[in-house]
Design a protein around this ligand. Structure first.
Ligand code: SF4
Length: 505
């Protein structure tokens, strides 16, 4: 299993990315919102005792807005958990704070405004979010304000505010981060859907950037709670996306990574709105909106990479458009291969259909790279289903895959199902599938030795060819003196598990 926690530093914005959070759902922890650790109760709270309401007249501590009496600009620190979609929100939030006079802090302890942008995807993500909030509460200096926002704030706002007295404000998506004179609205009404998505973002220090093209999801997969707190899909317009892409490329970005909950369905909600009728996701006629967008973006930037493709949305037209970009990378959100399990998950497809599609893509481009993610231990899963998955992995020879144990989320269809799989058994299945995939991944990486690859230098000593998605996959280790942001051709001379070594020759 390829998995790591990757801290990035972008000015004062520290991004903590757990790549496995990019696709649902992950390891189940033993800790949830109802089990706040005892140390929490002992934590010091603000002067008002618990979750004080903030106001511009609060003289003991500076207000969250731009305080004119401060000699130095107010500084912010944002800690981001969860998936790349959350990271984009944080970048935009940082851009808004900067536009309002805030500057980036060097650390949480140096900031006047400390923001935790949380993830509520599964129990393990919630646990990590709460631990981070508690760490930030300990780290922040006296008088600084601590705000919790993101999916946990949206899903558990009141419960969170009650359970974490050291937090000054729990801000849902449509609420302000401040109550001072210059509020920072995450999503100001009356346009609740996109003011955050369309905010400008600060220049990135990396030569690649995520671009979120839609929010929410119209599907209702059995295990997934995301639509319940992110809502139905709302797509940005082509113009909005292109102008963000142009701003990023002007700042030195050479690879754009498109993200959304259900990327292949981008634009369908807008088309529905215009036509007043439902549009099928399966669209072999070549008029799937994402096809045009992919082609338009590839005229703007050297690399366009698409993540989170629901398999039925991977149409012939979209496959062609992806191959034409020169980044033949297919991140297929499969979740299982057993037809019975996929129906129980309320999802499309089965092993035969997936293999057929993968084979068609490889026939068109033998260099195509595949990633996917899978859930082990969904209710009703049997040894036969596990065998089905192992056989599929062997046949598919994916380059990358992530494996997760089922996380039982309240409010989902899966929560109502019987036949739970014991957690230990789910873990055992996960280990079995991971071990098989690790060997496949290593063999596919070995096969690159002796080939020439064009790599984008992300940071000193770290490059990526089109086969590696940033933050999720392995890397190409290169000479640390190669210029960051340059595209360089290297020969792959060695392979070390997930990473390979490239030299300029
Ligand atoms: S497609 Fe939508 S409902 Fe299904 S797992 Fe992804 S976000 Fe959840």
């Amino acid at each position: 299993m390829v998995s790591s926690v990757t801290p990035l530093k972008m000015g004062g914005l520290r991004l903590l990315c757990h790549p496995d959070m990019m696709n649902p759902p992950g390891e189940v922890g033993e800790f949830g919102l109802n089990h706040i650790p005892a140390k929490n109760a002992a934590c010091e709270s603000g002067p008002e005792g618990s979750n004080p309401s903030l106001s511009a007249t609060d003289t003991e501590r500076p207000a969250l807005g731009v305080a004119m009496y401060e000699e130095r600009p107010m500084r912010y620190w944002i800690e981001t958990l969860g998936c790349p979609k959350n990271h984009v929100d944080s970048e935009k939030l940082a851009g808004l704070l900067v536009s309002q006079g805030y500057g980036p802090a060097d650390s949480a302890s140096d900031a006047d405004l400390v923001v935790a942008n949380t993830c509520a995807f599964i129990e393990a993500a919630r646990e990590e979010s709460i631990e981070t909030v508690l760490e930030l509460a300990d780290a922040k200096r006296d008088g600084a304000r601590l705000v919790v926002t993101g999916c946990m704030a949206e899903r558990y706002g009141d419960e969170l505010a009650e359970a974490l007295p050291e937090v000054d404000l729990v801000a849902r998506f449509n609420e302000s981060l401040t109550v001072a004179s210059t509020p920072v609205a995450l999503r100001a009404r009356p346009t609740p859907a996109f003011d955050l998505l369309n905010l400008p973002r600060p220049a990135t220090s990396a030569p690649w950037a995520y671009v979120k093209i839609a929010e929410g999801c119209d599907r209702r997969c059995g295990f997934c709670a995301i639509p319940s707190f992110r809502g139905d899909q709302r797509s940005r317009t082509t113009d909005e996306i292109l102008s963000e892409a142009r701003a990023l490329t002007a700042g030195g970005v050479r690879e754009i990574v498109l993200i959304a909950q259900d990327l292949a369905s981008w634009g369908h909600d807008r088309r529905r709105g215009a036509l007043g009728e439902a549009v099928e996701v399966l669209d072999e006629g070549g008029s799937q909106p994402l096809i045009e967008l992919t082609r338009a973006l590839s005229n703007e930037v050297e690399r366009v990479r698409l993540l989170y493709l629901y398999p039925s949305g991977l149409t012939t037209g979209l496959i062609d458009a992806i191959l034409d970009t020169g980044v033949p990378y297919f991140d297929l959100s499969l979740q299982h291969s057993s037809r019975k399990m996929l129906r129980a998950m309320r999802r499309w497809g089965d092993a035969d259909r997936f293999l057929e599609r993968i084979a068609a893509i490889r026939a068109a481009d033998p260099e195509a790279t595949f990633r996917s993610s899978f859930i082990l231990g969904y209710p009703g899963e049997t040894e036969e289903d596990q065998e089905d998955l192992l056989e599929f992995l062997e046949a598919a020879q994916l380059d990358w895959a992530g494996f997760f144990t089922f996380s039982d989320e309240e409010g989902t269809y899966a929560h109502t199902l019987g036949s739970p799989v014991p957690h230990e058994l789910a873990l055992e299945r996960l280990r079995e599938a991971s071990a098989l995939q690790d060997d496949i991944t290593a063999a596919r990486r070995d096969s690159l030795v002796g080939t020439r690859q064009q790599v984008l230098i992300d940071s000193p000593g770290v490059g990526r060819s089109v086969r590696e998605c940033p933050e999720i996959d392995g890397i190409v280790m290169v000479d640390p003196d190669l210029t960051v942001g340059s595209l360089v051709e290297v020969e792959i001379v060695a392979s070390h598990g997930t990473d390979v070594e490239g030299v300029v020759r």
